[in-house]
Design a protein around this ligand. Structure first.
Ligand SMILES: *[C@@H]1O[C@H](CO)[C@@H](O)[C@H](O)[C@H]1NC(C)=O
Ligand SMILES: *[C@@H]1O[C@H](CO)[C@@H](O)[C@H](O)[C@H]1NC(C)=O
Ligand SMILES: *[C@@H]1O[C@H](CO)[C@@H](O)[C@H](O)[C@H]1NC(C)=O
Ligand SMILES: *[C@@H]1O[C@H](CO)[C@@H](O)[C@H](O)[C@H]1NC(C)=O
Length: 362
């Protein structure tokens, strides 16, 4: 008898569960609920439901998966970026966050105690030992040597349950459109990722560089020579990309990136050039002429190159993604168009992170 009733309860629970899942994930199948489904799409109530159902993010197969990496110095950027995506998304989004060990709890609190509390996310600490002894900068900007800058190489290892399309966005960006659209980019046959080329779209004329591989890579290096790549090939930006994480795994892209990372500590491969090193050159070597192009409007960049304004307000209004790549970050004192970023920034409830603004005292 006991066993029977347990079974019955099990069946009832399974049916209830199924009903909730259908309602949550396929709201369009239930036209009568269309008006309510907007909230559901935004992820409201989902976080709690997840815990209740003992599910994890790998079970959300039809959602848009977004990875963001950040350390204690830039963590406010991660929050503003999440908020911008959350604000404009009409589809379920799962955030896969990576930070340094000391920021994990900080981020959890920031999400829990603010309007972001309903987002679906997971957060991992990046094991900095993965890149220990593998980072060598020769000149350039010291922040490019931060371990978290290289976490993007390790997405399959950080998120072993994650499959399919994954979007990576630098934490010095904000999104002004539905990120679902970005996830719908078709990777061309044989391509593992999509990037924004430096030679098309509005970002081109602003760089003051030629936007070519020679800006980033040392073509005197023997191993680089063996690749037979063209120094005048157009570069691309690695701050925003869409990848098929299964293909990335299958093709050992992480190991390929590590190869160049390591080689650069022993030989001059990159880092002394105008590009200044960082995580960009190995990706340019691995994905040479082997990537799908993103629509330029999904990475309007170089806002951090100069403190002066280089884009008009009306141009930026049309941008789907705005990226402060360069030195002058939107949480710093002198960034251009930081008012756009401020719209999405959510004050840190623990008071540890504070953007520097002219109207702040001191
Ligand atoms: C996610 O849940 C599945 C079962 O639903 C389990 O097999 C898997 O190990 C879980 N992954 C993590 C990271 O908890
Ligand atoms: C959740 O995903 C895991 C794979 O990570 C799978 O093994 C499990 O069956 C899924 N659970 C449900 C309830 O769909
Ligand atoms: C990836 O690495 C594994 C283990 O080193 C190897 O067995 C496999 O052949 C590699 N795959 C490719 C496509 O290089
Ligand atoms: C493009 O990348 C894939 C996966 O790494 C590889 O199999 C293929 O040979 C590459 N194609 C070219 C033209 O380099």
């Amino acid at each position: 008898m006991g066993i029977l009733s347990t079974k019955r309860i099990g069946i009832v629970l399974a049916l209830v569960w199924l009903g909730i899942m259908v309602y949550l994930w396929f709201p369009n199948l239930l036209p009568g609920f269309a008006s309510k489904s907007k909230n559901v799409d935004r992820g409201i109530y989902r976080a709690e439901l997840f815990q209740m159902m003992r599910l994890n993010v790998s079970n959300l197969t039809d959602a848009v998966h977004v990875c963001i990496t950040s350390d204690k110095d830039t963590i406010g950027g991660m929050i503003a970026l999440i908020n911008s995506i959350y604000t404009h998304s009409k589809h379920p989004v799962v955030f896969h966050l990576v930070s340094d060990e000391q920021s994990v709890e900080h981020v959890r609190t920031w999400i829990k105690e603010t309007k972001l509390h309903d987002i679906i996310y997971e957060i991992k600490a990046f094991p900095s030992k993965w890149v220990e002894g593998k980072i060598k900068l020769r000149g350039g900007r010291p922040e490019l040597g931060e371990p978290l800058n290289y976490a993007r190489y390790y997405l399959p290892r950080l998120f072993p349950d994650l499959n399919g399309k994954v979007i990576f966005i630098d934490d010095d960006s904000i999104v002004q459109a539905d990120v679902y659209e970005l996830s719908q980019v078709n990777l061309k046959h044989g391509h593992i990722a999509a990037f924004s080329s430096d030679c098309t779209g509005g970002s081109k004329r602003l760089t003051m560089r030629k936007n070519i591989y020679a800006d980033y890579i040392d073509f005197k290096n023997k191993k680089v020579k063996e690749l037979n790549i063209s120094p005048t090939e157009c570069s691309f930006n690695t701050g925003v990309f869409v990848t098929d994480i299964d293909l990335w795994r299958k093709e050992n892209i992480t190991q390929k990136l590590e190869y160049w990372l390591e080689l650069n500590t022993r030989e001059e491969v990159y880092g002394n050039e105008i590009g200044g090193g960082g995580s960009q050159p190995p990706m340019m070597l691995v994905f040479y002429r082997n990537y799908t192009h993103l629509e330029p409007n999904w990475n309007i960049r170089y806002l951090g190159l100069t403190p002066g304004t280089s884009y008009t307000k009306s141009f930026l209004k049309e941008a789907k993604l705005i990226h402060w790549s360069g030195t002058f970050k939107p949480w710093g004192r002198t960034a251009q168009h930081s008012d756009i970023w401020d719209k999405y920034y959510i004050q840190d409830p623990s008071g540890k992170f504070e953007p520097i603004r002219r109207y702040n005292k001191g």
